[in-house]
Design a protein around this ligand. Structure first.
Ligand code: CO
Ligand code: CO
Length: 325
């Protein structure tokens, strides 16, 4: 669901609790529950339908995507519960085993334990995890907190939505598939560690709302405006071809509708269309002060996050929250 509809549905429901440092009434990636002075739990859940054919890969992507919200908030994953929807008949259970194996191995790679799960009979396969992480309450990274003068750093290329869509239609080369699938399987752990070590002002992971939808959530919560340089955003190979061919996953136009009232775009074309592309297991979008920008970029490089780059900056709150150049 889009954030606008979701916030409308949640309005007036009994959600407030004093022990929550971050509750469901914000646009943050997960909820945060304080345990004591220096410990808080981050909780988040994510599951979805297969976007790649290989069940092992799909499981790994679903797990990397689910733990990502913990990383975006600067936390460390502790436990995960699997959420499985699977048909009672017609699909071999070996497929489910391989999907779970991909997911469980990825959760282990994240240093967390699969503590259990729940499965439901459903004609459509869906898979994901509810993840619990831990964070020092004084070091939570939120979507709010971006300040004028900050640089915006993105840690993975964009285009998984159009590419997964094009892949189903047989329009994506094997080389291009391997690149974006291995990126979706990559944990945001190293990027998160780098950002926590350096100290940043705000962060979110780029997933279903696309670069601009998540940028809007950050800019709005921080009461600032973002200027994004479309020429600086890295894209996966063949993503621009897909966008030029108008290959369009369902969420792309939904994201455009959500963002449009708050956007001033001085450019157009496939590169701008891709900024609305819904991502799965995308990178982190980080707001970092000008002084710490270079330390963050070198910490990311040292951590093996090769593709991280500056894609724009934060300015004083203007009429549109987002400006694309
Ligand atoms: Co998120
Ligand atoms: Co999420």
């Amino acid at each position: 669901m889009g954030p606008e509809d979701l916030l409308k549905v949640l309005e007036g429901l009994p959600l407030r609790d004093e022990r929550l440092l971050v509750g469901p009434d914000t646009l943050d990636d997960g909820g945060v529950f304080q345990i004591d002075r220096d410990k808080a739990l981050i909780q988040t859940v994510d599951f979805f339908t297969p976007l790649v054919d290989d069940p092992y890969d799909f499981g790994a992507v679903a797990a990397a995507n689910a733990v990502s919200d913990v990383y975006a908030m600067g936390g460390i994953p502790l436990t995960a519960l699997s959420v499985v929807c699977f048909p009672a008949k017609g699909v071999d259970f070996d497929i489910m085993r391989r999907m779970l194996l991909g997911g469980f191995e990825k959760i282990r790679e994240a240093g967390a334990a699969v503590a259990g799960g729940h499965s439901v009979t459903d004609n459509e396969i869906k898979f994901g995890f509810a993840v619990t992480g831990i964070v020092d309450p004084s070091r939570i990274v939120r979507v709010s907190g971006a300040r004028p003068g900050d640089a915006l750093v993105l840690t993975k290329p964009i285009g998984t939505g159009v590419l997964a869509h094009g892949l189903k239609a047989g329009q994506v080369s094997d080389e291009a598939r391997d690149l974006f699938v291995s990126s979706m399987k990559r944990l945001n752990s190293a990027a998160s560690r780098a950002m926590v070590d350096v100290g940043v002002n705000a962060c979110t992971d780029v997933t279903g709302f696309g670069v601009l939808g998540h940028a809007l959530n950050m800019a709005r919560s921080s009461e600032v405006s973002f200027v994004l340089k479309s020429g600086r955003v890295p894209f996966f190979p063949e993503a621009e071809d897909m966008a030029a061919k108008k290959v369009c996953p369902g969420g792309l136009n939904r994201n455009r509708d959500y963002v449009r009232p708050y956007l001033k775009s001085e450019v157009g074309g496939p590169r701008v269309d891709l900024l609305f592309d819904p991502q799965t297991s995308g990178g982190l979008l980080i707001a970092v002060s000008a002084e710490k920008r270079e330390s963050l970029l070198s910490a990311l490089k040292d951590g093996g996050v090769e593709e991280a780059c500056v894609v724009g900056g934060v300015v004083d709150r203007k009429d549109p929250y987002l400006i694309v150049e």
